[in-house]
Write a protein that binds this ligand. Structure first.
Ligand SMILES: [Zn+2]
Length: 254
């Protein structure tokens, strides 16, 4: 989903809730951290997606792009082309089984719930993969990606609230038609693989969702409200699979 759309849905979900302005600001920032990672605090994310994607590409050093998966040390690159695709409700490989992608997404939700509720304090400079968090197991031990590259902050207040925003991002991407296919009852049929897709076609479809705007806003609001009530967000219903799910591919966006 496009950055401005993430921001709009998150702001609409926050609207009407009585959270203080600093919390709202970090939740809104967090809802685009999945796309920007370590760039979140550096660039203006609303400069336009074309310029943004140019920057993502230039940020990823050629040697990192050429390296086998799990060996890039650039989180923003991995989220778009590598091992961290599940941060966008997408498969990290073409032909990946739907269960694998689904479990990774569940583990992001578990991890972000823990962080948002203060039940897990991440040491910002610690390498992911080097501990026992729910997301550690799908990072290589040599991932060299640190928690502060994901949250773009070492400040615990920011990290906690950005984690809520990052869950909103996942919810939003889970209902974006260029990220996964859903059946007529809105159960997940297939996750897509971004590097196999034509990025222009992906972007054109990034505006369209499987459900109504109001339904998507309601899902995001439920997440924010649950956390503000000190309860974890329950993501299971939005991750339900269809009876015969399919392995990941580019879908109609090749
Ligand atoms: Zn995304």
């Amino acid at each position: 989903m496009l950055l401005n759309r993430h921001k709009g849905y998150t702001e609409a979900a926050l609207d009407g809730l009585t959270l203080n302005a600093d919390i709202q600001k970090e939740i809104t920032t967090g809802c685009i951290a999945n796309d920007l990672c370590e760039l979140t605090d550096i660039i203006d994310p609303f400069i336009g997606t074309h310029e943004f994607s140019q920057r993502v590409r230039s940020y990823a050093a050629p040697e990192a792009r050429m390296a086998p998966r799990s060996h890039s040390i650039i989180a923003v690159y991995e989220t778009h082309f590598g091992d961290l695709a599940s941060m966008h409700a997408m498969a990290k490989g073409k032909g990946e089984s739907v269960e694998v992608t689904k479990i990774e997404i569940e583990h992001w939700f578990m991890f972000l719930n823990q962080v948002a509720l203060g039940r897990r304090i991440v040491a910002p400079g610690k390498e992911i993969g080097d501990d026992t968090s729910p997301i550690s197991h799908f990072f290589g031990k040599d991932s060299k990606i640190e928690y502060d590259q994901i949250f773009a902050s070492e400040n615990l207040f920011k990290i906690k609230n950005r984690a809520v925003g990052m869950m909103c991002h996942l919810i939003q991407d889970l209902f974006t038609i260029s990220h996964c296919q859903r059946d007529s009852s809105k159960k997940i049929k297939k996750f897509y693989h971004y590097p196999s897709q034509n990025s222009t076609k992906h972007k054109e479809a990034d505006d369209t969702i499987h459900i109504s705007d109001q339904e998507l806003i309601a899902h995001c609001r439920e997440c924010i409200e649950r956390i503000s009530q000190k309860r974890p967000y329950n993501y299971l219903a939005i991750l339900e699979l269809t009876e015969h799910p399919q392995k990941s591919d580019d879908g109609p966006f090749a």
